[in-house]
Design a binder for this molecule. Structure first.
Ligand SMILES: C[C@](O)(CO)[C@H](O)COP(=O)(O)OP(=O)(O)OC[C@H]1O[C@@H](n2ccc(N)nc2=O)[C@H](O)[C@@H]1O
Ligand SMILES: Nc1ncnc2c1ncn2[C@@H]1O[C@H](COP(=O)(O)OP(=O)(O)OP(=O)(O)O)[C@@H](O)[C@H]1O
Length: 276
């Protein structure tokens, strides 16, 4: 049995620099991981099974099963596995939970089935499952360009974050097809980006469409510099200490769901796989 984490990611900034002919968008975004996320277990078995199932997601649509099938098809392997999932990350929260589960599955089954694929090969397989899968396979904080698949390693500060979930599911395709989404941020070098104010080009639009996001973000901004991650809905505040972040969480409006976690430039997945 192999147990591996599937951490959340934050987009510390996210700029949309254009739209390609295939409808996908060119981005400039800074990915960092946090030490909080889902957990997956992998055991050798005859069939391919996942438990528990996710409510509302048929097993064959689950990115974990999709990743496993893709790996079988790519390598011609007929091995099976029983995969267990401890789901902690909200779905559709902009934390990349599904993509992270897929990446951990590719990395975990590559090990369990002793396939010997390299990380670059696993990352390009992962891109077929979602734009965020490669960075989770890569496992290092990165400045991403293109559709989010061209990486330059980056070493941003590793503060404590308070991540809050406004409780609404924001559809990534809906954000990217919205006529009001700004798509014309200038392309800058990593250094220019790091030294300019950090923003998320999706934030104003998502706040407009989902007042719950606007409300929670303006509450959080009273405590710390804060932004939305990905296409939402989760928002994060940046703190100097765990205590300060926990203190803000304790004062959050009744019913607010969130967690405190530390930024990690090396993903907990990479740390765990190195230790196996
Ligand atoms: C915006 C980010 O959250 C940044 O981390 C991600 O790039 C989104 O990654 P994701 O949720 O894995 O997205 P995917 O499942 O690959 O794509 C969902 C949809 O978002 C749109 N999409 C996604 C990524 C991208 N660079 N341009 C896009 O236009 C496409 O309409 C696509 O059909
Ligand atoms: N293992 C999985 N975990 C979560 N969602 C999954 C999984 N498999 C399939 N999905 C589907 O993917 C959708 C998006 O989930 P996910 O948690 O990756 O969103 P997200 O955090 O907004 O991602 P991103 O930041 O990449 O936009 C879910 O609504 C669900 O239908």
């Amino acid at each position: 049995m192999i147990c591996l984490p599937a951490p959340a990611k934050l987009n510390l900034f996210l700029y949309i620099t254009g739209r390609r002919d295939d409808g996908y968008h060119n981005l400039q975004t800074l990915f960092q991981f946090v030490d909080f996320g889902d957990e997956l277990g992998f055991e050798t078995a005859d069939e391919l099974t996942l438990s528990p199932e996710l409510p509302g997601v048929a097993p064959e649509s689950n990115l974990i099963i999709k990743a496993a099938r893709l790996l079988q098809a790519h390598t011609g392997s007929h091995k099976g596995a029983h995969i267990t999932l401890t789901k902690r990350l909200p779905m559709g929260g902009g934390l990349g939970g599904g993509s992270s589960d897929a990446a951990t599955t590719l990395v975990g089954l590559n090990r369990l089935w002793q396939l010997g694929l390299g990380n670059d090969e696993l990352a390009s397989l992962g891109l077929q499952l979602g734009a965020d899968v490669p960075v989770f396979v890569h496992g290092r904080a990165a400045f991403a360009e293109g559709v989010g698949d061209i990486f330059t390693d980056a070493v941003p500060p590793e503060p404590w974050y308070l991540v809050l979930n406004p409780g609404v599911e924001v559809s990534t395709p809906a954000v990217f097809t919205d006529p009001e989404l700004p798509r014309n941020s200038p392309v800058m070098s990593l250094e220019q980006r790091l030294n300019s104010p950090w923003q998320n080009d999706c934030e104003a639009l998502v706040k407009k469409r989902h007042p719950e996001v606007a409300k929670l973000l303006s509450w959080l901004l009273e405590y710390a510099p804060s932004r939305m991650t990905g296409t939402g809905a989760c928002v994060f505040g940046t703190f100097d200490s765990r205590k300060a972040a926990e203190n803000a969480l304790e004062n959050a409006p009744a019913g607010t769901v969130g967690f405190v976690a530390k930024g990690c430039n090396q993903s907990p997945l990479l740390t765990a796989i190195k230790a196996l």
